[in-house]
Design a protein around this ligand. Structure first.
Ligand code: 1JT
Length: 257
């Protein structure tokens, strides 16, 4: 139904088969997009190559990109432009914080930990949008990933919640900046998903159990549903939508209890 044939979409943030970015890549591939993967570290490159082989979701181009470096981001997008031409879309599915700050009191967040979470998880979207948009000369879309902890207090999410709040506000400012160039910028606020990032987060299993009980749909979100929404947001079917944060959370966010 959604047609992304001949569209060049950059997917950032695949670490392994549980990555939300990988679920996006699979659905974008289904819709006919050409995929370009950015990776961070040899391990994620090997992971992407292995996944591509086993699941037939071949990337057209792979490029290293450390989002904490402006130079790296600029070089990555220039290399993508040179090898693939016009860019039509970007999936930004990248976040990081020190694990010990995703537990306990938010007021114990360190200055360095706060800066790191903001840098990797929030500012990276700004820098990526700046460099990607130079090559999005036919218009297109940018999609990033958020979580409810960016709008409300969710125990333990702490410094990441504050980074997601900044990320969500960046989506709106970027949508305003890039709208005149027909580039739409949107976010997906996904329900909890058992990725490698989420594993090892204290009480994550407890959070998931409560989720299934409380969410209107009485279940967790399937990463495929996030991938489908990202595909929708990068397709012409969503041509009137920009600056939006769309909840893909089985309805959990509507609850007041
Ligand atoms: C990061 C991590 C970003 C885990 C993340 C994340 N965004 C969502 N999660 C899962 C999660 C984590 C907590 C939570 C609810 C969901 C791990 C480090 C890298 C960045 O608390 C209620 C803590």
């Amino acid at each position: 139904m959604l047609n992304l044939k001949d569209k060049n979409i950059v997917v950032m943030g695949v670490t392994n088969k549980w990555s939300i970015a990988w679920a996006c890549a699979q659905q974008l591939h289904e819709a006919g997009a050409n995929l370009i993967f950015t990776y961070f570290g040899e391990r994620s490159l090997r992971s992407i190559e292995k996944l591509a082989k086993s699941e037939g979701v071949e990337g057209k181009f792979h490029v290293s990109c450390d989002v904490t470096s402006d130079e790296d981001i600029e070089n990555a997008f220039t290399a993508i432009k040179e090898s693939c031409g016009v860019i039509h879309g970007v999936v930004h599915s990248i976040a990081f914080s020190n694990k010990d700050e995703l537990a306990g009191r938010y007021c114990d967040t360190s200055r360095a930990g706060y800066a790191l979470a903001q840098d990797v998880s929030s500012f990276s979207l700004v820098a990526v949008s700046k460099h990607a948009s130079k090559y999005m000369t036919e218009g297109g879309g940018i999609v990033t990933m958020s979580y409810l902890g960016g709008e409300r207090v969710v125990k333990n999410y702490n410094v990441m919640g504050v980074a997601k709040a900044a990320l969500e506000m960046s989506v709106r400012y970027l949508a305003h900046d890039l709208g005149p160039d027909a580039i739409r910028v949107n976010g997906i606020s996904a329900g909890p998903i058992k990725t490698i990032s989420a594993k090892g987060v204290s009480d994550f299993d407890k959070l998931c159990a409560g989720y299934e009980e409380k969410a209107p749909l009485k279940r967790m979100v399937d990463p495929k549903e996030v991938g489908n929404t990202a595909t929708f947001l990068l397709s012409d079917m969503s041509s009137g939508i920009t600056g939006e944060i769309m909840h893909v959370d089985c309805g959990y966010n509507i609850l007041g209890y």
